[in-house]
Design a protein around this ligand. Structure first.
Ligand SMILES: [Zn+2]
Length: 242
């Protein structure tokens, strides 16, 4: 990737870190954004948390990683939105964007002229997905849902996108991987555009447990090691055979 990341009028040079609020077109709403442009060249990894605003462990992990990771540790660029559905987060709502009652994960690729959910989806589709080489979307069971941790990778795109997505899923400390044949959701849309993508599910029931946050951070660091964005060797995890 090029030395300077240019996005939404922001310019982040190699070896710079930016934490800011990104305005949504034609609204008064802004999303928390962290961009860490590493000292060395490498892949661009996009991380989204809180597309469902009541799924807390991924949001907390994304916020902590944005604080803790420094540009001098990194090769490539880490871009984090935390949380994407910030209105749902503040309203403690399941699934929906409160302003329009839409499930943000069901409106991709979105519409710049649409309602708030459509605008946010459009911002991701038109601006963030094209910037990224890999994409990880962090979910949980929603406020009313418990779940056992698992990861989806897309089975719908090209064999190459599927293989690259699956190789990210394989470094997670998970019992279950699901090859998804669905077409909905941010990660499936991104994969259909050629971006290797996964969706992780950890935690839930409206809780934000330290062990779920820690496991989530370990997931992301392992993915970054796999992508050679961090120098430490990839920690071996049990082999998964479907
Ligand atoms: Zn979700």
């Amino acid at each position: 990737m090029s030395d300077t990341v240019n996005i939404c009028g922001l310019s982040i040079k190699r070896g710079e870190k930016l934490r800011t609020m990104l305005p949504i077109h034609d609204t008064e709403i802004s999303l928390p954004l962290t961009i860490i442009n590493g000292q060395q060249d490498g892949h661009a990894l996009l991380l989204t948390a809180g597309i469902h605003g009541g799924e807390y462990p991924g949001i907390a992990a994304a916020m902590e990683l944005g604080c803790e990771l420094e540009q001098n540790q990194l090769s490539g660029c880490l871009v984090i939105l935390h949380p994407v559905n910030i209105q749902g987060f503040w309203a403690r709502r399941e699934f929906m964007v409160p302003e329009d009652g839409k499930n943000l994960n069901r409106v991709f690729p979105g519409d710049e002229q649409g309602t708030l959910a459509d605008k946010i989806a459009h911002l991701l589709s038109s601006t963030f997905f094209p910037l990224a080489d890999f994409y990880v979307d962090m979910h949980s069971g929603d406020i009313h849902e418990s779940l056992h941790p698992y990861v989806y990778y897309p089975g719908q795109p090209t064999p190459e996108v599927e293989a690259k997505s699956r190789s990210m899923a394989q470094v997670l400390d998970m019992e279950y991987m699901v090859r998804s044949l669905a077409t909905g959701g941010a990660y499936n849309y991104a994969a259909s555009r050629g971006l290797p993508s996964i969706l992780i599910e950890r935690g839930g029931a409206g809780l934000c447990l330290p062990e779920d946050i820690a496991a989530y951070k370990k997931d992301i660091l392992n993915i970054m090691r796999k992508l050679n964005m961090l120098p430490a060797p990839l920690k071996a995890t049990p082999a998964y055979s479907p």
